[in-house]
Design a protein around this ligand. Structure first.
Ligand SMILES: [Zn+2]
Length: 453
């Protein structure tokens, strides 16, 4: 973390949902913006480092399972007669059950470098690989959590680590399946990890997660929610129709209905996916100020379904974006896919823009993902504004997608013209992220070889 104030001058910057010119950006020694000054006069620009492209805030990646980066591109052959989320999950478990702490750290470090280069400056790690193979606890119960924290520190990305509660194999079950023993945890063990993570400080924050309603019983869920005060709480919910049907069969309520009825949801809650929700459920979540984390590329890859984006944006619901299984590490692709799935389903154009009462689809999507990021991360990561962490990206002005683009359409091209423009520099907490270390790539390649050959 830098010990001094940093001054930058951006030719253009995305401030409060619009482009501003000649913006003087001042980051304090604490890594947060102390001031953002558009139309800075020449004398105020003295001493500032000139950035060589337009500046946009970094985005939070609200949902990650780092180890699943090792499967990207490896689950696209059709094998079983049924090929759906559940058959994919069995294949994912076969990887989860083999990964060593060293491999997890190598995979996470490579992933976090990729995320940074693609413009994510903070990642929320939904972490349930707690134990060793066959479920034997490690001597230090934080073993796997520490791997993720070291990977984040090595690369410079901000991290909210969400140790995850996982106790049973399905609704009504008492125990885990044999291939789920690495996930075994209790409200107490999860909270202990979260408390140790919270002490780390700096760019690392703590939260907790509940894997899903099927994986946790009501008593344990309430117990964890009651003690996790002041931290973000994440949960996978309503991702799959079968999960919704099982919940109705077991509880007589849909998953989000059940959560609304049984748990004191508030602004600290982040519901991941929420794909299969009714209008009434979405209204209930909005009334409690809960946020939703959407993972469009993974939801498409797994054939989950299409989230009702116009309903949620229409009531100004808070949401963030997550790359989940990491089949893509680009938020530009996530936002594009989020909008395109709506257009295909509704046979309309500019769905997000109309739902958000905003002219530009890209602005509606980018602002939405930006605003929900802070809730997911439990940190002030809301953009170029005093008091927010000084995370920002310099857009590569030489990208072919930007050639001849009028300045007021720059964000539109950044999201909707593909191959998407790259970022020439990435800053976290006011500091430039160093160039990728070749050893990080070599470590990932080695881990992949060990896992798959
Ligand atoms: Zn997930």
């Amino acid at each position: 973390m830098g010990a001094e104030q940093q001054l930058y001058l951006a030719p253009a910057a995305w401030v409060n949902g619009a482009w501003a010119q000649d913006v003087l950006l001042t980051a304090g020694a604490d890594g947060q913006w102390s001031s953002i000054a558009p139309n800075a006069p020449a004398d105020a620009q003295r001493g500032a480092r000139r950035l060589d492209g337009p500046v946009v805030p970094g985005l939070v990646n609200g949902h990650s399972h780092a180890f699943q980066r090792a499967m990207a591109g490896l689950t696209e052959h059709s094998g079983a007669a049924e090929d759906d989320f559940w058959s994919w999950r069995d294949r994912m478990y076969s990887a989860a059950n083999r990964i060593t702490p060293e491999q997890l750290e190598a995979i996470a470090a490579f992933l976090y470098c990729e995320l940074l280069r693609s413009g994510y400056t903070h990642v929320c790690e939904f972490h349930y690989l707690h134990n060793g193979p066959e479920g034997r606890p490690y001597a230090d119960p934080r073993e796997m959590s520490l791997c993720l924290m070291r990977a984040a520190q090595r690369t410079g990305i901000g991290l909210t680590l969400l140790p995850t509660l996982y106790m049973r194999s399905g609704f009504g079950a008492k125990t885990l399946r044999e291939d789920q023993c690495r996930f075994a945890s209790t409200p107490d063990s999860v909270l202990r990890i979260a408390e140790l993570v919270a002490r780390q400080g700096g760019r690392v924050a703590a939260g907790v997660a509940v894997h899903s309603l099927r994986a946790v019983d009501e008593v344990a869920l309430r117990e964890l929610a009651a003690v996790a005060t002041g931290m973000p709480v994440h949960i996978h919910i309503a991702e799959q129709r079968r999960e919704v049907d099982d919940c109705i069969e077991h509880h007589g309520l849909r998953p989000v209905e059940w959560l609304l009825a049984k748990v004191a949801l508030d602004a600290s809650w982040n519901l991941v996916h929420s794909t299969h929700c009714t209008q009434a459920e979405l209204e209930g979540l909005r009334n409690r100020r809960a946020s939703i984390v959407l993972c469009p590329s993974t939801e498409a890859n797994l054939g989950d379904g299409i989230f009702d984006l116009p309903a949620w944006m229409g009531q100004s619901g808070s949401w963030a974006i997550g790359s989940d299984s990491h089949v893509t590490r680009s938020w530009q692709e996530e936002l594009r896919l989020l909008e395109y799935s709506q257009r295909l389903g509704l046979r309309q154009r500019n769905v997000a823009a109309r739902a958000a009462l905003c002219e530009s689809s890209a602005a509606a999507l980018f602002e939405g993902a930006l605003e929900g990021g802070s809730a997911a991360a439990g940190r002030p990561l809301g953009g170029l504004m005093a008091g927010q962490r000084a995370d920002f990206l310099v857009v590569d002005a030489t990208s072919s997608a930007l050639a001849g683009i009028p300045p007021d359409h720059l964000l539109d091209a950044l999201v909707f013209s593909s191959p998407a423009p790259a970022f020439s520099e990435v800053f976290v907490a006011g500091q430039a992220v160093p160039a990728a270390d070749p050893a990080v790539r070599a470590g990932f390649v080695r881990a992949m070889k060990e896992l798959w050959t």
